[in-house]
Design a binder for this molecule. Sequence first.
Ligand code: DGT
Ligand code: MG
Length: 563
Amino acid sequence: MSRFAADLKPILHLFLAERRRALLLGAVLSAMTVMAGIALLGLSGWFITATSLAGLSAAAAITFDVFAPSAGIRLLAIVRTVARYGERLATHDATLGVLAALRERLFRGFAEPGAARALSHRPAKLLFRLTADIDALDSLYLRILVPAAVAVGAALAASVALGLMHPLFGLGFGLFLAGTGLGLPVIAGHAARKHARRRAHGIEALRSRTIDLVAGQTDLLMAGRLAAQKEAIAAADGYAAHADDRLNRVETGLTFGFGLVSTLLLTVSLLAVAALAESEMITAPVAALGLLVAFAAVEPFAALRRGALELGRTLLAARRIAPRLAVADVTEPLVAPPPGYAFSLPDVSAFHENSAVPVLQGIDLALQQGERLAVIGSSGAGKSSLLALLSGELPASTGSVAAVTATLLTQRTELFEDSLRGNLLLANPDTGEARLRDVLAAAGLLADVEAMPRGIDTPLGEGGLGLSGGQSRRLALARLFLRDTPLWLLDEPTEGLDGANARDVLCRLAAMATGRSLVIATHIRREAAIADRIAVIEGGRISEISRRGEAAFEKALDRLRPD
Ligand code: DGT
Ligand code: MG
């Protein structure tokens, strides 16, 4: 139970903080709808019985007041309709508002350094969290909290009404209804929890395995793993279906239980009102009223059925989302470096998430404004990690990073399923047509783009599908050129371009970078050659720094891949 509360607390807190008034109003209107419904049914029963009895004798028919009860019935019908309308408006608006706020909070959480990186390894999971988990939470308010409160309220109101006929009748009815009406959903919720959780896991596995199959079809085929992947998908499907089956059984059991309880309750109520009428403690119309009130009070508990079955899924979603909500709203901006510097790293070390060995160790390095630094070293030495550190994506574990605003050109080109234009505008949405052509030309891509039938409006597939590796790289470079930041961090900028093309692009890059500071991580001589200094990194440590004109600088260049 305390586990329940701990998982739900941050979510409930968010619900209340976001739309407290609308949520409470929705609950009140929902209660009004149900109460008006119960009163309407009870009064109608009384009225019909009373009029028919009055019709039996002429004297009673003349004195019988038909106007007050029928006005009451009309009023209750109107109240019920208006309250239901208001309830729908209030609860749905509030729930959607809360879920929208939740999505925003989650996005911010995922944008934390490290968090996005960890999730980018499992994009299918991220998608699932953002959609299914958040959607699961809407049942918390709409299908669990409100119906439970309303049902308890209805049981209370009915037991007061029946208690006026006979205290013991009211008390017994209320206790039995509340006990079984809440007890059954709790038992079912408990039984469904495991299966609901399994179903969610199964569907998540099904999705991510299917995405892997579609995205990695060629590689799977070449590795002879296509059949195995299909089997893995079938296994996930079977797992989810099995859980689904179990959930259906729980639901059937719950429906049966509800049916049994309500039949029992109504039978006993019928006998009770009959006995009370028989002993003339109540009149026949009041007996009809009592029976119908009992009947109507049982109904709201049936609304708890879905909520009970979804409880497991809701709790799982809450458990997965809650830690992300605890993340601070805004990240600390990087500290500004001393005047005249682009960055300074005083003895900085850093770890990757879930890694026990530091990826960078004792990095003592500073770059003056306008200076160009090449970072070289063998694969896995920590070049990209150094750039991640400077861009604020990788946090420092000791020492602190001080850097001006930087733009990172990542080692792997990230393009989006949008037009070429959309992919460029990402860097700067207000860019005019002429400037877009300028940067495309500077990246050596303009001729290629003009050769496409739809030019700059050519749509790209997911991940830049439709462009060659080199074209994608040049598009990423063009996008970089639109980022007017004082520091550019370039991770192997011309990798994948042929020699002539690469030299041309590098030349323009150097021109576009005038006045900016550059850090270039590279294996290629031509890229390092535009730098003023070269830092050699080995196993996460800087082993040597040389300046242009020094013999060590030339030696460092000679170690790199020619061309
Ligand atoms: P490259 O691009 O192949 O020339 O290699 P570098 O020098 O850019 O290497 P880097 O910084 O990507 O990786 C340095 C070490 O850190 C290497 O042992 C792999 C590890 N590493 C890189 N990214 C991650 C990550 O996201 N998580 C973890 N746990 N380790 C990582
Ligand atoms: Mg790298």
